[in-house]
Design a protein around this ligand. Structure first.
Ligand code: HEM
Length: 476
């Protein structure tokens, strides 16, 4: 029995070794048939310290190695130059690829799935709506107002992750279509959260109730957004125009020159909701967690914000100059992005055989550019696994051992990706994070309500949604 079982395995391994040698793939291990090394990856990322999964392979094979994860052989890069090469060659040598289950939830016209010239145009349209000038002149005032509004209701025990999610959802809905929080947005959020759950579950409708529910909820979200789009079309025909992302989409010429269809606009809006919601809210929560665990950093941050408040009246809205003066808070945000790595890396598919570092990545193969591996590498960041916001201060001398100038650190620090798909919401996310931290530290003191653990699978999150006990500060 043992022989009959092991013989096919032997053949399988031989075949794979032979074809690997012929193609000169990066060295590595494809693990078990079908499963590959997925179980090892998942069990590492379900802990607070997932690094050994990458460390072990880098020490055996180098920073570019072959593995087999999520059903496919994959070239895994923990190397900043290779990552840059992969990201910069989007659409030429590599293209983004998502499993069908994810594409169904995103919608076929999603920016995340678009390719070629349409992608380029829609990416820059998104950038044009979330650039510094727009944020300064239009979005900042709403960010400040909605963060305050939500915090007004905080008392006693607060699940910080839930609160942060509520804030980022409301902000995105406001930026997209000018809706303030109301019963309609509450209901939309309930359906939307079911969609999000679908991204992190087994994508088989017959087996997974969560996925089936997510697909149904996606339909309801699309229907609700579709109604808004139709109403806004009618308004714009009457010459009424709001200043939001939806107005920009309604103004834009579609691919055929005749404007986008309702379905295209809805898919585009869902993409923005998905991309900005979980990411920014998790970084908000983790920045607070890391600060709580680092009292010196928290004290310095509080000082920076107390100075800003001292310059302004109690209830005065934050201005662009205030945002620009939050230099230590930017360091805290950088360090949170580096250590938490909410997007731990990006998947791509090779469009043809690609040579990298003397190896060949065969056409059609999956590639994973690991942003996390670089951010946690001691060769690029001194004491890389320690939370140290001061490393981001100019001339701190502690940013990196091998790449001591700050420009080289910036080259290897890529929490927002790179190339044509670099996050168009990067500046917006930063502003939201800084405003959130400002109001958090000037209005409240807090302690953790219980022990909570950071894990990295299926997403970066704390297991208990980071419960804290908040106390309103007397002077707030
Ligand atoms: C801390 C918060 C955020 C992080 C860490 C983050 C990170 C990223 C990363 C790494 C990518 C590249 C994905 C790839 O190359 O495949 C990306 C893409 C994207 N992000 Fe963000 N993001 C954040 C917030 C936001 C926000 C607030 C928005 C809202 C405007 C947004 C919108 C997008 C979109 C639309 C894409 C897809 C771009 C494309 O495919 O062309 N992100 N983000």
């Amino acid at each position: 029995m043992l022989l009959s079982f092991s013989f096919p395995l032997l053949i399988f391994h031989l075949l794979r070794t032979t074809s690997r040698r012929k193609l000169h793939l990066p060295p590595g291990n494809l693990g078990l048939p079908f499963l590959g090394e997925t179980l090892q990856l998942i069990s590492a990322y379900k802990t607070e310290n997932p690094e050994p999964f990458i460390d072990d392979r880098v020490s055996k094979y180098g920073t570019v190695f072959t593995t087999h994860v999520f059903g496919e052989p994959t070239v895994f890069s923990a190397d900043p130059d290779t990552n840059r090469f992969i990201l910069q060659n989007e659409g030429r040598l590599f293209e983004s690829s998502y499993p069908g289950s994810i594409s169904n939830l995103l919608g076929r016209h999603s920016l995340l799935l678009m390719r070629g010239s349409l992608h380029k145009r829609m990416h820059s349209l998104t950038m044009s709506f979330a650039n510094s000038c727009i944020i300064r002149d239009h979005l900042l005032v709403d960010i400040d107002r909605l963060v305050r509004l939500n915090m007004e209701a905080w008392t006693g025990r607060v699940l910080l992750m839930e609160e942060a999610k509520k804030i980022t959802f409301q902000l995105t809905v406001k930026q997209l279509m000018s809706f303030d929080p109301c019963e309609w947005t509450e209901n939309l959020m309930k359906e939307y959260m079911l969609v999000i759950e679908g991204f992190f579950t087994i994508p088989l409708p017959i087996f997974s109730t969560t996925y089936r529910r997510a697909i149904q909820a996606r339909g309801k979200v699309a229907e609700a957004l579709g109604l808004v789009v139709r109403e806004r079309r009618r308004e714009s025909e009457k010459g009424e125009r709001k200043n939001d992302m939806l107005a920009a989409l309604l103004d834009e010429e579609g691919d055929g020159g005749g404007g986008f269809s309702d379905e295209e606009i809805v898919d585009f809006m869902v993409a923005l909701l998905v991309a900005g919601y979980e990411t920014t809210s998790t970084i908000m929560t983790l920045a607070v967690k890391f600060l709580t665990e680092n009292p010196c950093a928290l004290a310095e941050l509080k000082e920076e914000h107390a100075e800003i408040r001292a310059r302004k009246g109690e209830a005065e809205t934050l201005q662009w100059d205030d945002y620009k003066s939050m230099s230590f808070t930017q360091c805290v945000v950088n360090e949170t992005l580096r250590v938490a790595n909410i997007i731990s890396g990006v998947f791509r598919r090779a469009m043809r055989d690609v040579s990298i570092k003397g190896y060949t990545i065969p056409k059609g193969w999956q590639v994973f550019a690991s942003l996390r591996a670089v951010h946690m590498d001691h060769n690029h960041f001194k004491d890389a696994r320690t939370f140290n916001p001061w490393r981001w201060q100019a001339n701190s001398g502690s940013s990196s051992s091998s790449s001591s100038s700050s420009s080289s650190v910036i080259n290897v620090f890529t929490p927002f990706g790179g190339g044509p798909r670099r996050c168009p919401g990067a500046e917006l996310a930063r502003v939201e994070l800084l405003v959130f931290l400002h109001h958090m530290v000037t209005r409240f003191s807090w302690v953790p309500a219980e022990q909570d653990k950071l894990v990295f699978f299926p997403t970066t999150r704390t297991q208990k949604r980071y419960p804290i006990i908040v106390e309103r500060r007397d002077d707030s």
